[in-house]
Design a protein around this ligand. Sequence first.
Ligand code: ZN
Length: 152
Amino acid sequence: MAEASAALSDELYREILLDHYRHPRHRGSLDAPTATAHGHNPLCGDEVDLSLRLSGAELEQVAFTGQGCSISMASASMMAEEVEGRPLSEVRDLIARFRALLVEGRDPSELGDLGDLEALSGVRKYLARVKCAMLPWVALEEGLSRAEGQGV
Ligand code: ZN
């Protein structure tokens, strides 16, 4: 039974990833971003550019452009969807939980509600793929630090 349900969720995860890869959300760039950030994963050739607009302590708008494998692009799309409109404290918390899921290999059930992001948990067995999935998140962290450094 356990194997059957794992196979089912693998398939569901793959569908979620492919959907974000084929129909990316928040793709583009913002006119007057508070900060931008670039991420590059030389192992795979993935590139991502983020533009962020902050409003007070909220991440008001997020957009990305880039090219790369399905994992990196799906991760960027899912990330943008999850973080837009959230308070910065929640965004930072989500970055930490996503890193715990992928890099530290923590069980999703310990990490609170991750929404569709859980679909990326399957990549954690493969170090190179973890870098693909983390790429936009590392860029987001960098962009937030930059924005906050400007005293926004
Ligand atoms: Zn990649």
